[in-house]
Ligand binder design. Structure first.
Ligand code: ADP
Ligand code: AMP
Length: 206
């Protein structure tokens, strides 16, 4: 059983690495950002409510995320475990998570702030499979699955600085939170994608 959390600022590479790690362990990849974007695309009440926060670069209220994740981790595909990518993002979310699930390990992906803006502004996403690319390394406008890539509205420079501030204020304190529980492993995210993956697997197998 592997119940993992990937912690790190927006653009750290959580989603990129989560796909590999979840596949390796045969566990569910739970990206709360992807879940909220699917709700927005579906035009649901939850999606519409979340959009007003996401477009401003603010966090969606804790009660919405906590209910969403509480239900998600009970799904059949989480029987072997799960990898949380983008949750928890506040101490209240972490406390709630502890009340309904054990956590085995937390990987903190550390990237210097000056790199994040370029990472986020150059990101292109696939709406069909959620895969992230970067304009500096992927010239095509197509995903490997054939879908056209798009730039997230909240990846534009105006919104990104607010998201980075939200990370500093609300999410960065979780580094100490999980360190105090003895669950935290920190990995340098300012290396090539393959090397970051290698370091994450080493931390998880160590
Ligand atoms: P997060 O899920 O933490 O917000 P992503 O995995 O979406 O971050 O990565 C953000 C952007 O940075 C994407 O464009 C991705 O292709 C790129 N990226 C991810 N990891 C690396 C890396 N190790 N080196 C360079 N670019 C990366
Ligand atoms: P992400 O794809 O993880 O960068 O998330 C995109 C946006 O969705 C964030 O900027 C938040 O507005 C919202 N969001 C995703 N996960 C959470 C969370 N755990 N708590 C609050 N808001 C979230």
């Amino acid at each position: 059983m592997e119940r993992l959390i990937f912690l790190g600022p927006p653009g750290a590479g959580k989603g990129t690495q989560a796909v590999k790690v979840a596949e390796h362990f045969g566990i569910a990849h739970i990206s709360t950002g992807d879940m909220l974007r699917a709700e927005m695309r579906g035009g649901t009440a939850l999606g519409m409510a979340a959009k007003s926060y996401i477009d401003k670069g603010e966090l969606v209220p804790d009660n919405v995320l906590i209910a969403m994740v509480r239900e998600r981790v009970q799904a059949a595909d989480c029987a072997n475990g799960f990898l949380l990518d983008g949750f928890p993002r506040t101490t209240a979310q972490a406390d709630a998570l502890a009340s309904f699930s054990e956590i085995d390990r937390v990987i903190n992906i550390e990237v210097p702030f000056e790199l994040l803006l370029a990472r986020i502004c150059g990101r292109r996403m696939c709406a069909a499979c959620g895969k992230a690319y970067h304009t500096s390394t992927h010239e095509s406008e197509l995903c490997s699955c054939g879908e056209t890539l798009y730039q997230r509205d909240d990846d534009r420079a105006e919104t990104v600085s607010r998201r980075l501030r939200a990370y500093e204020t609300n999410t960065a304190p979780l580094i100490d939170y999980y360190s105090a529980c003895g669950l935290l492993e920190t990995v340098r995210g300012d290396q090539g994608i393959a090397k970051v993956a290698e370091d994450i697997f080493a931390a998880l197998n160590g």
